[in-house]
Design a protein. Structure first.
Lengths: 809, 523
């Protein structure tokens, strides 16, 4: 019942929205049989009428019987208003009218599906369908247009498949796997030629088999696509029809409430229409649906095509020319309406349902409990309301390999409001590759991070928003033994750095806490062309072969050349025969120059170049090392972020933003206190005494004096009373304490430790109370004269006692 | 300040001194050892310091072509000279010398920092070539005229200036004046100029500065106009039709023609002349416009040609690069294989293979180059034919237009002769009622004289027209030949360079391989 109720309510919801668009609820029958019976136009004689009445009374109306009973009912019926539980006389009348209409209909059209006129509501009371609709305008702009409104309704509805009416409970048949290993027929001993022929043949056959297999697969695919439906055309269900005309709706269309999608009235999937209703009337389709809904004419004012139930409430146009009916405007309708016979009309009673209220929270939550699962073929889509999941998950799409949805292919998870800007997480189950996509704004400028494990030194690719990074890094690829970085937009024109690592050397002496980086075997760096330098001085690629102590340089190619200069340095330091260190020898630098220059041949130049490269090598090694550290840092940060997954809350979000909420509440409290204080200051001391005197008259001097005296003496009395009260309490406490002490001293020996504890705690509390009372008394004694004087001053200044002043003046 | 060096003998900047300085200031430690081993060439020196050397005359610096920084401070130099070859100089320090005038800096266009502190300069001058000047130090000199500051306005990059210790710095208005007239200045006398001072200064000297600015602007506009005119003329010249868009040619015809000028006073001649001029100018303008159009066409043709050639060369280079890259990849791996190989026969086999690869690469690259040469030759020939045709057509058309000019001239000549003869008749008859200038009347002595005069005028005119036409034709022809020659020459140069490059590369590869061989044998 719950589903139905929600459905109805949401239908209403949609209806409210589309009321202006003259949406009609269409109830259709698929594969509608041709309508044979036309409405009888001839006037009936009395006898015929009686005969008809007799016949009609015999007809059984199976309306409520066909409704499936919903066992679960979570709605508290007792809280619903009376209109839900009873029918007004008008409604009763309407139900009778509907019954009569239904009886006539089943008599005239015995072949057609019974009408859906007055289902039971949640309180088991029959209600006419039109009265379940109540147009309401909602305060959300999203609900103003049909598409977003339909989307909302579809989100809110949860589809529960009905039990199959043909086979109520049938166990699933176990599928028998096709035999995989069929035995091949034994081969004859034949001549080679024959064998060859055989092979050829077999190949042909195999090709054929392949072809067949492919066809088979295709057929299977086809079969998956559309299983033959045993109930094809027999099911009847509801959807929304929006008629053209108002609110700039150009043409009629259907909305499927479960998906929120719109369909043209020409769509082949809609096989026909049984009946239509809105909040004003109920129509039966009398047109032939042999060609689905394509030929239907939605002119509800045409009694030949649409049999109405109530006369007069119909506002639809009756087309003057049957062909062209869409262009008729409202004024015509009104005129037509006025001409109709007033006596026959019976107004649709007012809707019995309450106005729907959607709280902003519920609106944001959209789906019931904020969660919705949609099952597709080989895929499952789960949706959550924002902030419902603490990790910001808003939707998840799972795709499966098989139709039964057991083998997961990949999972895509979308997130919102994440502080780490995670947007999408993509998990490929077959390769086990995880890819995280980030929005701009991650502290490490991450854009994409794909990995198989969060352990360092494994295969991973990290892409960055390079504009957010100082070093212009775009992408860093890692494998177990290499690390490749791509750069763009650097002042040193570096575009690529590739590092090869060797196996880690075990260091026994070092403590385990110290990091033991892998030795770098080779660093390759590539540079873009620097237009400020001549090509033969602009390095295109430099390779530091750290293990071999060699440095290779390749320069950029000049515009009109096809060869590029190369240089190779051996940075091994050697010692000559005398034991002196050899600084630089010509064979330490092998170079090929496209255009040999004089100065580059000099040892000094080569020495300086080598020194420079040595420094650069150190820097590059450091860079690689830092990159490794950065990866570690990123991984650590990611793990922390995954563990904490804080969500950002907009400062405009008053409900969720705790800080602003606290602040607002504090402000409200302050305001409240301020208000109280103001009220106190406005407290009128004279009011009770003035009330004794006749109102409106001006006080005489005598009266004023008396009033003042009375007020003052009263106040004095109150002060004394208060003092007495405090004194009395103080004495009482002291006495009690004394009594207790006495009792303790008497029974000290026999007391259990618990009693003693009790006594001690009592004593300390009593002492505390006595001390407080004493303080209050002292304070009262100090303040009382001051308060008295203050009141006297106040009374003296009171304008109502102006007479008093005259004495003193 | 009495300097110690005053008492010493002035020294000459000779080779020893320079070598010593270079050696001392050159690379140190390990690099120094290398430098000593090899010797340093003066032209490789970038920075030279020659302070406190008691130098009287700057000399012997012509070898330091690439010098960036030169310090000659604290000497007794009296004249700036011998710096003409140091065109790359950026930093020049001549402070604490005895220089009296600024001179000899006209070739130092790259100079950014010039220090003439503590000299005897009285006028800022001769710095026009120093367009990149940023820092100028002229403190402790004898500059006494404030107008020197205005001279500094032309240095757009000047940011730092020091003038303290000059007579002008005593002036009350000194700082304000400089701030106002040099608004881009950031540091004055080693102090930053704050914005407030700048504003004050600007307000104070606004009128005079505005006037100055106005004048400068006017000058600028005039300069630009002149430039634009020059450019226009240059454009016309490249089209070979300069001075044809008006009456220049016509005017030049009469410029040296005294008889013609005299004859124009004859009755009816001035009208005739007017009509003649109009027609003549129209033809001239036709030639001019036609010339511009043709020039445009030629330019498009040339552009298309060079674009196509460029593309072809690029494409060819790419292919070559690819080939080399492929080869290098293979070569590297085979080299390392050779190194690892221990069996001598195998090594030799592999080395042979390698050298076969190298020669194959050579063949491939040379084939590519030959292909390109053939293709380009064809294209160049086609272009040559086309451009020669175009030029020929242009000349033909211009000649026909010039012939029209000549016809006009002939016609005019006939008319003029007719008028002259009739006038002569009238004079002879004595019934000439108009006054004629005396020198004109002198021509009407007899028929021969007047006919000769008219004929002379006609000859001059024809000569002018012929000259103009001849000039045009010769120039365009020579342009055409030069262009074609250049294209051919460029192509030959390109081809030679490429062949040289390929050979060099192959030689290098081969020698590398040979070295490896020897190394292996030695091992």
């Amino acid at each position: 019942m719950e589903v139905l109720r929600e459905k109805v309510e949401e239908e209403e919801e949609a209806e409210r929205e589309e009321a202006a668009e003259r949406a009609e609820w269409a109830r259709t029958e698929k594969m509608m049989r041709p309508v044979e019976v036309r409405k009888e136009e001839t006037t009936l004689t009395q006898e015929m009428l009686r005969d008809l009445e007799k016949k009609l009374s015999e007809i059984q109306i199976p309306i409520s019987a066909e409704l499936p009973a919903f066992t679960e009912d979570t709605i508290d019926i007792s809280k619903l208003p009376v209109s839900y539980k009873t029918n007004t006389p008008k409604e009763e009348h309407l139900l009778q009218v509907a019954d009569n209409f239904s009886r006539q209909y089943s008599h005239l059209c015995p072949d057609r599906v019974p009408l859906f006129l007055h289902p039971l509501n949640e309180c088991e009371v029959p209600k006419f369908v039109s009265t379940t609709l109540r147009p309401t305008l909602m305060p959300y702009p999203e609900l103003y247009n049909w598409d977003s409104c339909a989307q909302f309704v579809s989100d809110f509805l949860t589809m529960v498949p009905l039990p199959d009416p043909l086979k109520p409970t049938i166990k699933r048949e176990e599928k028998v796997l096709p035999k995989k290993y069929t035995i091949r027929p034994p081969r004859d001993l034949c001549s080679r030629f024959e064998q060859e022929q055989e092979v050829k043949k077999q190949q042909e056959i195999r090709a054929q088999e392949k072809q067949q297999l492919r066809e088979e697969e295709e057929r299977l695919m086809e079969a998956e696509k559309a299983k033959p439906d045993a109930l094809h055309g027999l099911r009847v269900h509801s959807w929304v029809l929006v008629l053209s005309g108002k609110r700039e709706v150009p043409e009629n269309f259907f909305i499927d409430a479960f998906t929120g999608h719109s369909y043209s009235t020409q769509d082949e999937r809609f096989l026909g229409i049984e009946s239509l209703w809105n909040h004003k009337n109920y129509w039966i389709n009398m047109q032939d649906c042999w060609n689905c809904c394509k030929d239907l004419i939605f002119d509800l004012g045409d009694p030949v095509r649409w049999e109405y139930m109530l006369l007069g409430t119909d506002k639809s146009q009756l087309s003057l020319t049957e062909e062209d009916d869409s262009g008729i405007n409202d004024e015509d309708d009104v005129e037509n309406l006025g001409k109709e016979d007033e006596d026959k009309s019976f107004d649709m009673p007012h809707s019995w349902v309450e106005q729907i209220e959607i709280s902003p929270e519920a609106f944001e939550t959209r789906c019931p409990n904020g969660k919705k699962v949609i099952q597709y073929k080989r895929a499952k889509l789960e949706k959550w309301a924002p902030y419902l999941n603490s990790n910001g998950l808003v939707s998840r799409l799972t795709t499966y390999e098989d139709l039964e949805c057991t083998n997961i292919l990949e999972i895509k998870e979308w997130y919102q409001n994440r502080e780490d800007m995670l947007e999408l997480k993509h998990i490929n189950k077959t390769t086990d590759l995880k890819t995280d996509y980030f929005k701009p704004g991650h502290p490490q400028a991450l854009r994409v991070h794909s990995y198989k494990s969060m352990q360092p030194e494994m295969d991973r690719v990290i892409e960055f928003y390079e504009t957010a990074r100082v070093d212009g890094l775009i992408k860093r690829e890692e494998t177990a033994r290499t690390m490749t970085e791509y750069y763009r937009g650097r002042p040193d024109f570096l575009s690529y750095r590739h590092a090869n690592f060797g196996p880690r050397v075990k260091k026994l002496t070092l403590s385990s806490a110290e990091s033991n980086p892998r030795p770098i075997v080779k660093i390759t760096e590539r540079f873009f062309r620097n237009p400020a330098k001549p090509a033969e001085e602009d390095v295109a690629e430099r390779v530091f072969l750290l293990a071999e102590e060699r440095i290779q340089l390749r320069y950029h190619c000049r515009d009109d050349h096809i060869t590029a200069s190369k240089r190779e340095f051996l940075r091994r330091t050697e010692v000559d025969s005398k034991g002196n260190k050899i600084i630089m020898t010509p064979d330490m630098c092998i170079s090929f120059e496209v255009e040999p220059m004089e100065h580059t041949k000099k040892l000094l130049y080569q020495y300086e170049a080598m020194m420079h490269l040595k420094r650069e090598e150190k820097l590059s090694r450091h860079q690689v090392w830092e990159s490794e550290l950065e990866v570690l840092e990123i991984l650590k940060l990611r793990e922390e972020e995954e563990a904490v997954h804080t969500l950002t809350i907009s400062i405009y979000d008053t409900k969720r933003n705790e800080k602003s909420k606290e602040y607002r509440e504090a402000m409200e409290r302050v305001m409240h206190e301020e208000h109280l204080r103001q009220v106190e200051t406005q407290l009128d001391y004279l009011a009770p005494f003035l009330a004794q005197l006749p109102p409106g008259e001006k006080l005489t001097r005598w009266q004023a004096v008396r009033l003042k005296d009375e007020c003052l003496s009263d106040f004095k009395q109150r002060l004394i009373n208060k003092a007495n009260l405090i004194q009395a309490r103080f004495e009482k406490e002291t006495q009690e304490l004394q009594k207790k002490q006495q009792w303790y001293q008497e029974n000290q020996v026999t007391l259990t430790p618990e009693d003693e504890d009790l006594y001690l705690s009592y004593c300390s509390q009593a002492m505390f109370r006595i001390r407080i009372l004493e303080q209050r008394l002292n304070r009262h004694k100090e303040l009382a004269p001051l308060k008295y004087l203050a009141l006297e001053e106040k009374l003296y200044k009171d304008p109502r006692l102006g007479e008093l002043q005259k004495i003193f003046a | 300040m009495n300097r110690l060096c005053d008492s010493m003998e002035p020294r000459v900047m000779d080779d020893d001194m320079l070598k010593l300085a270079v050696g001392e200031q050159g690379p140190q430690e390990e690099a120094g050892q290398l430098a000593k081993q090899e010797g340093i060439l003066f032209k490789d020196v970038l920075s030279l310091q020659l302070d406190f050397q008691n130098i009287l005359r700057i000399d012997n610096l012509w070898q330091f072509e690439n010098l960036r920084k030169l310090q000659l401070d604290n000497n007794i130099i009296e004249k700036i000279e011998g710096l003409e070859n140091l065109t790359h100089l950026v930093w020049l320090d001549l402070s604490f010398n005895n220089i009296e005038t600024i001179e000899g800096l006209d070739t130092l266009v790259n100079l950014e920092d010039l220090s003439l502190f503590n000299n005897r300069i009285s006028k800022i001058d001769s710095l026009d070539a120093l367009v990149k000047l940023q820092v100028l130090s002229l403190g402790n000199n004898q500059i006494d005229n404030m107008m020197n500051i205005i001279y500094l306005r032309r240095f757009k990059c000047l940011r730092t200036l020091s003038l303290s210790g000059n007579p002008i710095s005593e002036a009350e208005d000194y700082k304000m004046f400089i701030c106002a007239y040099l608004p881009d200045l950031v540091y004055l006398d080693f102090r930053r100029i704050d914005d407030h001072t700048k504003e004050l200064a600007e307000a104070k000297h606004q009128y005079s500065i505005d006037e100055l600015k106005h004048q400068e602007n006017l000058m600028q506009v005039r300069l630009e106009d002149e430039q634009a005119r020059q450019e226009e003329l240059e454009k016309h010249k490249t089209a070979f039709v300069e001075h044809l868009n008006g009456s220049f040619l016509f005017d030049s015809m009469y410029a040296e023609d005294s008889e013609g000028n005299k004859l124009s006073y004859l009755p009816g001649v001035s009208e005739l002349l007017e009509a003649y001029k109009d027609k003549f100018v129209i033809i001239c303008v036709n030639i001019f416009e036609y010339g511009l159009k043709q020039q445009e066409k030629r330019k498009i043709e040339l552009d298309t040609f060079s674009e196509c050639v460029h593309e072809a060369i690029q494409e060819n280079q790419e292919q070559g690069k690819r080939k080399i890259a492929q080869f290098e990849e293979k070569h590297l791996s085979s080299l390392s294989a050779i190194r690892e190989e221990s069996e001598l026969p195998n090594v030799e086999k592999k080395i042979l293979e390698c050298s076969a690869d190298i020669s194959e690469l050579f063949n491939e690259l040379m084939m590519l180059e030959m292909q390109l040469v053939e293709q380009l030759e064809e294209t160049i020939n086609m272009f040559e034919r086309n451009i020669v045709d175009m030029v020929g057509l242009f000349i033909e058309n211009v000649q026909s237009l010039m012939a029209q000019c000549r016809d006009l001239e002939n016609h005019h000549h006939e008319k003029l002769l007719e008028i002259s003869l009739s006038t002569l008749e009238k004079i002879v008859m004595g019934d000439l009622d108009e006054d004629l200038p005396d020198d004109l009347r002198a021509l009407f002595v007899n028929k021969d004289t007047i006919v000769n005069a008219v004929g002379a005028s006609h000859d001059i005119h024809l000569l002018k027209i012929d000259n103009r036409e001849g000039e045009l034709v010769t120039r365009i022809n020579s342009w055409c030949t030069r262009l074609v020659d250049k294209i051919h020459k460029d192509e030959i140069m390109r081809n030679r360079k490429r062949v040289k490059e390929i050979n060099q590369y192959i030689d290098h590869m081969q020698s590398e391989l040979d070295n490896l061989e020897y190394g292996d044998i030695l091992d």
